[in-house]
Ligand binder design. Sequence first.
Ligand SMILES: Cc1cc2nc3c(=O)[nH]c(=O)nc-3n(C[C@H](O)[C@H](O)[C@H](O)COP(=O)(O)OP(=O)(O)OC[C@H]3O[C@@H](n4cnc5c(N)ncnc54)[C@H](O)[C@@H]3O)c2cc1C
Length: 679
Amino acid sequence: MSHEIALKRLNMLKGHFRPSKDLKRELSTSTFNLAKAQESLWNTLPANYFETFECISELHGIPDPSLYNAEKDELRKDSNEFIIRLTNKMFEKGFTTPEKIAENIDAFNSGMISLGSFNFATCTRYLVQYGLYCKTIKNLGTERHHQELIDGCSLKTLGCFGLTEMGHGSNVRGIEITATYDKTTKEFILNSPTKTAIKFWIGALAKSAHNAVIFAQLYINENGQKVRKGVHAFVLPIRDRMTHTSFPGVEIGDCGYKKGLNGIDNGWIKFEDYRIPRESLLNRFADVTEDGVYQTAIESEGKRFGNSMSSLSGGRVFISRMSSEISLQSLSIAIRYAAVRRQFGPSDEETLLLDYPLHQYRLFTRFAEHFVHYLGANRLVKMWDKNLPKLLDEGNEQTEVIHALSSSMKAFVSWSSQSTIDECRKACGGHGYSFYSLFANILNFNDLHATWEGDSHVLTMQNQKFILNGIRKALKGKKVPETLEYLSLAQTTPPAFKGDFENIDELAKLFAQRASFLANKAAKALNEYEGGFEQGFLDLQSFELKDMSSAYHDNYCIETFRAFLTTVDDESVRFIFEKLLLLNFYTKMHNDGNFFVAALGLSQFEKLKKHINKSLKHLRKNIILLTQVLPFPERSMGALGHGDLQVYDRYLQHIKACKGVTERASWWKLAYTNSEQKN
Ligand SMILES: Cc1cc2nc3c(=O)[nH]c(=O)nc-3n(C[C@H](O)[C@H](O)[C@H](O)COP(=O)(O)OP(=O)(O)OC[C@H]3O[C@@H](n4cnc5c(N)ncnc54)[C@H](O)[C@@H]3O)c2cc1C
């Protein structure tokens, strides 16, 4: 499908807005060309985004997420049924054959992101199936695992990904499940020796999966000794396909109700002398011969482990994007609601929430921030897709860059998203607390992003190590990896900024100098740390090291945005996008007084407030049209945020659509004392 047709169809999905009084008023002040803005932004979207969107929207009977409040088992059944229907549809349309998907899982996965606006559970099921189960087989397996890959891609086999255990999540190298090779039968024997060795939290395991990828400590016999060879991955059946019950030696259970995302059947699994064939070992980087000899071309256990884990960056890439997307989704809801909601005011007609400067600050500064994140995340998805064919090639530095980048993006984007979604909920007051506003759903989903696919604090430490390595390279005059070019500025003191506050290039340079300065400051603090480098690395986590990572993240997003601006040819559109970037600069500067008071001087720093207020006023004129630039369908806008701004009508429709709203309760008699009670 051509891009143009895709845009047209997606605009149809987004809905035609009946021009309500509020919408007419809002659009009358806008200053930019909507179609041109959409074209520029949508060009940055991941491959297959529109195609998947169209496929999903053609499936009938998918409930509106803001009306869908089913119980755990029903949610799980629905998400299972839905991915099967969707995959069939994709095949039917010829977008994907199992072979095609096997070759390029990520193009498919990018499209799956669009599922998020329909149903988070189904989107997660897709990520587990393709992004974790299939991708691990593809990246860590060899030709002998091709059939498993094809079966996984076509959904003949439902799979899950078992890395985390009851006792170990972040420290994956500490997992306890053992896989011991028995050369007499040419099998591995899986065992969970302790309670903490039980695999836990595994998505799609509790009720659905036929197969699992399981990470375990590999043991072989060498000269009569049991020798540990480190963490390795295996693909294995866990349930009998005739009965869908687990095999002897495998115990599977449900992790039960969670804070959210109950449509995913997270489970636990315990092994007791469970035998699997030698070929189950995903043997791209290491193998065990029939006679029980361990063979690998990579001597270092750490390097082998690193290779096994690098394919996991994909999950972080998608989380970064998903988090920025659902923040903009939440902001669009809150902004549209505020264009209708009135409170107080000098005259009979009360003031719109959207006209209060405080409300503008709360919502527009975050809109600008997440718009910048969104572009950063879209670029990261493209970097990931491009790098995929050579992901694990020897000497491919790009994999390391993407790992560092996705680690910081996942952390900083999902952290700020959490507070943004919460702020949006509060900005809609009491109605924001309603289930139908969708905020509870979105907030609970995003909450997980801080934890799964690697705890975000632990991930920022990986990003910090990458930057510190970069500094070492820069000091030796070696080329630094992509995203660390700013280190060449070698900034050891805060620069004195005398530039123009409207000049994006000058402000971008200031942010690059800040990233360089904070990196050098952290490196110096570590080198001079009294307790030594290792202790310093722990002690300075909340201070210099976190600031260093945060500045790296800001710099990457700013550079991405500047590159994006060069692709925008319509002046009215470029102008409005520049305003978003400038507002993001000002708020970030204002929030980091430590650095920016030193760089600007106190009186210039104080002037930031004036620049912020001016930007808010300008954005006020365009903000509703800006929400229309985003490629979100109306069904992801809950009851309060549809583009036609018919807030109260739709909210009431939602309320009334629920079963039993106006009916007398079955327990009504309890509302009366015995003496009053009717028969
Ligand atoms: C709904 C859900 C679905 C999941 N799905 C899967 C799945 O399909 N497959 C799978 O394998 N796993 C899955 N997980 C597990 C998830 O990936 C882990 O929970 C995650 O990696 C964090 O590990 P943990 O829970 O052991 O936390 P811990 O590592 O115990 O962390 C607890 C806290 O300690 C802090 N901490 C840890 N180490 C350090 C340190 N060195 N310095 C300072 N602070 C530290 C962390 O920041 C965190 O706040 C899922 C989890 C959930 C909740």
